[in-house]
Design a binder for this molecule. Structure first.
Ligand code: AMP
Length: 288
């Protein structure tokens, strides 16, 4: 049976005990409302480590004042049942008071990787993410921690954070899990009405359009971005940003040459969706 732990002291003790037994520790941080995307991280963790901790914590410091912290979906009983069926060892479910006490003063500056894209639209977001992930890394002290490529900018920031601040924990990226129709799974998908849900398919559709155009030999980033924007707009989906970026630095590209990534954020009804995909330069591609 999964063990549910709410205190930092107890989680430290449980991990220390497992480590003493020679077990490798895996960690999956989440905000709950778990779906198959989260479970693929859990499965990567159970495949590569021997003692798996999943945290469920809706972190207030990564939500802006006009964002959905209050109405973010929470379903702890269903989450625990799912984690139990995946043979997770411990669910760490701290309260806001446990994590932040009466308020904390120190936070992490996530650096230049956070300057653009999500960071530009959500000014406090990545500092909140980097701070809570640092705290969780210090509390859990896992060997490996698993993060989805769904939040690609977040993954890159956390990899940089772990390297720059010398955390013991090594972050590992896990591919995006999609619904049968291509929509990337997200806890926020449950906000979508039926009509929104079908319009939202334009988001993976736009990524597919960029990949197709690239495969046809068009490597010009603005042509790929135009194709993505057109696909979104044709379904009445309002792009927040579309970008073709270097997969390591997340800086905008003029031409797809090495490993690149297409990024999209778009508003569908009242819900903001993000998605992305890899773009591999074609041999002999040219500006289209
Ligand atoms: P969240 O609960 O939204 O904070 O997400 C927790 C972790 O699950 C993050 O590392 C996300 O990138 C990852 N995740 C969320 N959705 C997906 C998905 N569809 N595929 C893969 N990973 C995901």
């Amino acid at each position: 049976m999964i063990e549910r732990i709410g205190s930092k002291e107890e989680i430290r003790a449980a991990v220390a005990e497992a480590r003493k037994e020679g077990r490798k520790i895996g960690f999956v941080p989440t905000m709950g409302a778990l779906h198959e995307g989260h479970l693929s991280l859990v499965r990567a963790a159970t495949a590569r480590t021997d003692f798996v901790v999943v945290s469920i914590f809706v972190n207030p410091t990564q939500f802006g004042p006009s964002e959905d912290f209050e109405r973010y979906p929470r379903d702890i009983d269903a989450d625990l049942r799912l984690l139990d069926s995946e043979n997770v060892d411990v669910a760490f479910t701290p309260t806001v008071a446990t994590m932040y006490g009466t308020g904390s003063q120190v936070s992490i500056d996530p650096g230049p990787l956070a300057a653009r894209w999500e960071g530009e639209r959500r000014p406090v977001h990545f500092s909140g993410v980097a701070t809570v992930v640092s705290k969780l890394f210090n509390i859990v002290n896992a060997d490996l921690a698993f993060f989805g490529e769904k939040d690609f900018q977040q993954l890159r920031i956390i990899q940089r954070l772990a390297a720059d601040l010398d955390f013991h924990t090594v972050p590992v990226g896990v591919p995006i899990v999609r619904d049968h129709d291509g929509l990337a799974l997200s806890s926020r998908n449950r906000y979508l009405s039926e009509a929104d849900r079908s319009a939202a398919l334009a988001v993976p559709g736009a990524l597919g359009a960029a990949r197709e155009l690239l495969a046809s030999g068009v490597g010009d980033a603005s042509a790929l971005e135009d194709a993505m924007r057109e696909t979104l707009e044709a379904s009445g989906v309002e792009p927040d940003y579309v970008a073709v970026v270097d997969a390591s630095t997340l800086e905008p590209l003029v031409e797809v040459t090495g490993e690149a990534r297409a990024l999209i954020a778009a508003r569908v009804g009242t819900t903001r969706l993000i998605d992305n995909c890899a773009l591999h330069a074609q041999r002999g591609s040219h500006a289209g």
